[in-house]
Design a protein around this ligand. Structure first.
Ligand code: ZN
Length: 41
């Protein structure tokens, strides 16, 4: 349903680390697609 567009965006899946597949918490200072652990490597 078109009226559910807002709900759709609210329910977007979280970012996943492209390296290990771990869920990434929102990090506004971080533009990469990797989690903290993989960013440090
Ligand atoms: Zn990772």
């Amino acid at each position: 349903m078109i009226e559910n567009v807002v709900e759709f965006f609210k329910n977007l899946p979280p970012k996943m680390c492209t390296s290990c597949g771990e869920q990434i918490e929102e990090q506004h200072e971080c533009y990469s697609n990797k989690c903290d652990k993989c960013n440090c490597e």
